[in-house]
Design a protein around this ligand. Structure first.
Ligand SMILES: Cc1cc2nc3c(=O)[nH]c(=O)nc-3n(C[C@H](O)[C@H](O)[C@H](O)COP(=O)(O)OP(=O)(O)OC[C@H]3O[C@@H](n4cnc5c(N)ncnc54)[C@H](O)[C@@H]3O)c2cc1C
Length: 446
């Protein structure tokens, strides 16, 4: 068995680190032994640590680093990939894109594992059309709280409790998911700049269905709520040829820069974010169609900058991501103005539309809008403002995304995930002794 090493772990936001006994995964047998021999603080699987808050850490517990189990294979005939849970989406894309396939759902970073994608039931720019990652998983192997291995399919409620279950039903060791055929490693992108939040939102309502992928960046500092909508579809070989692209299937995304170690406190402030946002808005044309962008530039622009989470300095940052139904679309504007009132500088504020949710009792996406804003920790009045927003979101039937959460209350969580008790019932059959635990599960009393 690999040796356990006391290690400080945090989420991508770098707030609230705790120390756990970190053990590298090396086999299903070893994982089962770690589960059955765990201490009272329990066990948790960790992927690449890209969840923002406290979902992938567990103070005093055994945390199993899954990123040492990384095998995967593409089956072109069934258009599927079977992968160890620790395989990264990055490594899978490097193999499958040149062979003419793409993942069914991509997050804003490719530096995540298959296990993390399933446990958070990640969504992408195509949720309005294709749903979240879990909808494309056809089978997974899970080791439960008694150390027993199960092969789960979508017919089984345990499967859906694990999709979006944040690692609390068992440890996923292997999964099969479908992939989609593509002709090139380019996306054909249309860009539209909109002067107000209303015009951003009405354009998205009207036109999102025309494209596989859409997303809007919002200038959170401007009182207009102006934004830039980008929409796209996978480019055909003919489109690439007509633009003179030489090797349209090639795919080799690279880091272009490393973010500065620790930015002095105060450099990332209202003024610098205002200047960035102004520049970012102006950089885009009022309207452009048919621009070919590489997959990396379209889906994962931040992955080009290594360790960009360090620009927030030692106090770290959080992401506030909520979902509300269409009937409460005004809450998007309310949230933006509340954050503006306290001078919260966010250069990364993203608005997307969600289609219907899936069967996962804890899966985050539901029809409507989702807004995500990166915010430096420690701004005065941030806690009070977000608590107020939680109440407004909860009152209209919305909710926060667990993979981004670091601060909501247990009461707010329970109110906004109405199928929590159903999920707990299934979890109790999979993990009767509640061996699986994280800082998030303790904070939210899951
Ligand atoms: C820049 C950036 C952009 C992002 N964009 C998006 C986005 O567009 N859409 C979106 O949905 N998310 C997005 N995310 C969030 C990210 O996709 C999720 O948090 C994802 O879960 C991270 O995967 P990971 O491998 O890093 O998992 P970790 O962060 O290590 O773990 C996340 C959860 O999964 C559990 N887990 C991990 N592996 C296993 C396993 N083998 N078995 C059981 N449970 C496991 C952990 O216990 C934990 O609860 C983004 C994050 C970043 C940093």
């Amino acid at each position: 068995m690999s040796e356990a090493v006391a290690t400080q772990l945090s989420g991508w936001g770098r707030t609230m680190p705790t120390v756990a006994q970190l053990v590298e995964a090396n086999s299903s047998r070893q994982i089962a032994d770690l589960i059955t021999q765990s201490s009272s603080r329990g066990v948790l699987a960790r992927g690449l640590g890209r969840s923002y808050g406290d979902a992938a850490q567990s103070g005093g517990a055994t945390v199993i680093d899954m990123t040492t189990m990384t095998d995967f294979s593409l089956n072109p005939d069934s258009m599927s990939v079977t992968a160890d849970a620790g395989a990264s989406i990055d490594s899978i894309l490097r193999e499958i894109v040149p062979r003419g396939f793409f993942v069914p759902v991509s997050a804003g970073t490719r530096i995540i594992t298959v296990g993390g994608a399933i446990a958070a039931d990640i969504h992408g720019k195509n949720h309005h059309r294709d749903g979240s990652f879990g909808a494309h998983v056809t089978e997974m192997v899970v080791i439960d709280g008694l150390g027993e291995q199960h092969t789960l399919t979508p017919k089984d409620p345990k499967f859906w409790a694990t999709i979006g279950g944040m690692g609390l039903t068992g440890i996923i060791t292997r999964a099969t998911f479908t992939v989609i055929p593509i002709q090139s490693s380019y996306i054909c992108v249309d860009t539209e700049r909109a002067k107000t939040l209303d015009s951003v939102m009405s354009s998205m309502m009207e036109r999102d269905h025309e494209y596989r992928y859409t997303v809007a960046w919002i200038d959170s500092v401007s009182s207009s709520g102006r934004g830039v909508i980008t929409r796209g579809d996978h480019a055909s070989i003919a489109q690439c040829n007509s633009e003179g692209i030489k090797d349209p299937e090639s795919y080799d995304p690279k880091n272009i820069a490393t973010a500065p170690g620790l930015v002095p406190r105060g450099l990332l402030n209202k003024l610098s974010v205002r200047a960035f946002n102004e520049g970012w808005y102006r950089k885009h044309p009022r309207s452009r169609t048919g621009e070919l962008q590489r997959i990396g530039a379209f889906f994962h622009p931040l992955d080009g900058v290594q360790d960009w989470n360090r620009i927030y300095g030692p106090r770290g940052f959080l992401q506030y991501q909520f979902q509300v139904p269409d009937t409460a679309s005004d809450l998007v504007g309310v949230a933006l103005s509340k954050l503006r009132e306290i001078g919260a500088p966010s250069f990364l504020t993203v608005l997307k539309r969600f289609g219907p949710g899936n069967q996962g009792p804890l899966s985050f996406p539901q029809s409507g809008w989702t807004l995500a804003a990166d915010l430096p920790a420690g701004i005065s009045d941030l806690g009070r403002t977000l608590d107020e927003l939680d109440e407004r979101v909860s009152a209209v039937g919305g909710r926060l995304y667990l993979a981004k959460d670091s601060r909501q209350s247990p009461a707010n969580f329970a109110r906004t995930y109405p199928r929590l008790d159903e999920w707990r019932g299934i979890r109790d059959t999979m993990d009767p002794n509640h061996v699986f635990a994280s800082d998030l599960s303790r904070r939210l009393e899951i």
